[in-house]
Design a protein. Structure first.
Length: 567
């Protein structure tokens, strides 16, 4: 019989500043060597649950606890934060909040230094951990100068080097490109299998996590455990939909085709699916759907002409990149971590200047335009919300751009409250930003840009940290803006977003433009997928396995039908 390593018994927690408990009567046991996925909408309590496990609740986030929580058969209320940290290694959702060392190597070594590990042994462990997460070439680099995905790997390397028996991952895929995300999930699986560590993953991207097996999926909502089931049983139910959690795309396609979703279908992954039970339904559905309309383009609003850029003389980040963004388009920019996607957005906004080439807005070169002048036309939502936020209160943050533009307080109040409603933040309008989760902070930064109403909005990973409900609300609002003529550019690793909301995508690889085409063409092109670290959509795999002669056309038809149904 497996040994319990985490035991919640009638556990409740109420934050000091709140009147109602965030966690209510939690009863949960996790066993040694298990891999458990915890999912739930934003604000459901899943992050608080994880913080109780690693000791941030109540040592950092003070509040009232009732009931019992044991880690390795020890009552946590009797342990120090240091003792809990030795038992539970945590990779935070926001890697910038976790770095301590001046270099990647120092950061990975931090726990080992505190444990007084012998120098030669420490170096070996740091190098081995860095190799496991493919960050060994950056050991002498500052972690703060790395891309979001590279930062995530540094955090993972530090946890691996620390050798804790319980590993807790808070949205480990949030900043990773699709292929690197798959590698991260495979790496977590490898560590779990080789070391028999207990692994707990908190993640919105359910389909990606299920790339490798998990033992159980725990659904949390409104501070309570809604279900604790195997992946097969959970995906055979309506629990995900009922709790506002995104289901895998292939599962949506199966439902559209009228397939019976039960445990005999093995719906927990595209690889395990019983195709004998669903192929005919899929083929009939495909034959009955009309052909999608051709993609139309308009007049250019933004153009990059032969743009190159280098942060220093030794390393060219962008090399001769050229493309046009048409007025009223919604376009994705995709590619592997470090490909130059975020650099392009900073060049457009004027934070950097191209070393070669030019950037044109409505046909005029912007080389002499100030950042302030560009900000009147182009709004930028950064990947990390903590790098944008400058006010203490939510209302004031969203109102900030309007106030410096001398809007009246009456106008500000109307615009801000409406924007907060759209972004699902109205009930928090009088809250301090420090009380919000990472995903909620992300919504605040999106709201602050939406309130200004620029001609072009650039969003760097707009859905990172968002649950399906708020993802849908934000994307539908962006779609409405786009339909009114606002041009939307999204830098994203989310292949679902790319397929569902954008008809065109620009692919970068190693600082060069690899392809500029429709999203369906890109996500069905094996060479581009491999080169740019993307991931083949499960819809394409489903079509191939079901014997559809033109799987690309199947994906196109699904996207058309899915948009029609969602409208």
């Amino acid at each position: 019989m497996k040994k319990p390593v985490i035991e919640f018994k009638d556990f409740s927690f109420k934050y000091k500043a709140q009147s109602k408990p965030t966690l209510k009567n939690i009863n949960l046991t996790i066993y040694e060597g298990e891999k458990v996925l915890i999912v739930g909408p934003s604000g459901s309590g899943k992050s608080t649950l994880s913080n109780a496990i690693n000791g941030l609740v109540p040592f950092k986030y003070e509040g009232d606890i009732t009931g019992s929580l044991k880690i390795n058969d020890k009552e946590t209320k009797e342990l120090s934060i240091a003792e809990l940290s030795n038992m539970v290694g945590t990779v935070l959702q926001d890697p910038d909040g976790q770095f301590i060392g001046l270099t990647v190597g120092e950061d990975i070594a931090f726990k080992l230094e505190n444990d007084c590990v012998e120098l030669r042994t420490m170096k070996e462990k740091v190098i081995n951990a860095a190799k496991m997460v493919n960050i060994e070439d950056y050991l002498a680099s500052s972690p703060h100068r790395l891309s979001g995905g590279q930062k995530q790997r540094v955090s993972l390397g530090g946890v691996i080097a620390a050798e804790s028996n319980i590993l807790l991952f808070d949205e480990p895929l949030a900043s990773l490109d699709p292929a690197t995300g798959n590698m991260a999930i495979e790496l977590i699986e490898k560590i779990k299998n080789e070391s028999q560590k207990t692994v707990i993953i908190i993640e919105h991207r359910l389909e990606e996590v299920l790339h490798c097996d998990v033992d159980r999926i725990i659904v949390v909502n409104a501070g309570e455990i809604v279900s604790d089931l195997s992946p097969c049983k959970l995906l055979s139910s309506e629990i995900l939909k009922e709790n506002g959690i995104r289901e895998p795309l292939y599962l949506t396609a199966l439902k559209y085709a009228g397939c019976i979703i039960d445990e005999t279908l093995n719906p927990e992954s595209i690889e395990k699916l019983c195709y004998e039970k669903c192929s005919e339904n899929i083929k009939q559905w495909y034959d009955n759907i009309d052909e999608p309309e051709e993609y139309n383009t308009g007049n250019s609003i933004l153009e990059l002409k032969n743009v190159s850029f280098e942060y220093n003389s030794n390393r060219q980040t962008l090399k001769n990149v050229s493309f046009k963004i048409n007025k009223g388009e919604m376009v994705s920019i995709v590619g592997r971590n470090g490909a130059g996607k975020s650099t392009i957005s900073k060049l457009i906004c004027g934070f950097y200047q191209p070393s070669e080439g030019s950037i044109l807005f409505e046909g005029k070169d912007m080389k002499d335009s100030t950042i302030k002048e560009r900000a009147e036309k182009i709004g930028m939502v950064m990947q990390n919300p903590n790098q944008m936020i400058c006010q203490t209160m939510i209302f004031d943050e969203v109102a900030f751009g309007l106030r410096i533009r001398n809007y009246s307080e009456e106008e500000i109040n109307k615009i801000v409250l409406n924007t907060l409603k759209i972004c699902g933040l109205y009930e928090f309008r009088n809250w301090p930003i420090s009380a919000l989760s990472f995903g909620q902070k992300k919504r605040v930064t999106i709201a602050s840009i939406l309130a200004i109403n620029p001609d072009v909005i650039i969003l760097d990973e707009p859905t990172a940290g968002q649950d399906f409900k708020h993802y849908t609300e934000i994307m539908e609002f962006l779609k409405e803006l786009n339909e009114r003529g606002v041009t939307i550019i999204m830098i994203t690793h989310d292949m679902h977003l790319m397929l569902e909301y954008t008809d065109r995508a620009i692919v970068l690889s190693n600082g060069k433009m690899l392809k500029d085409d429709t999203t369906v063409d890109i996500l069905t092109d094996e060479e581009v997928i491999r080169e740019a670290n993307l991931r083949e959509t499960s819809l394409y795999t489903l079509a191939l396995k079901c014997g559809i002669k033109d799987p690309k056309n199947f994906v196109e038809k699904f996207i058309k039908e899915d948009r029609r149904i969602r409208e």
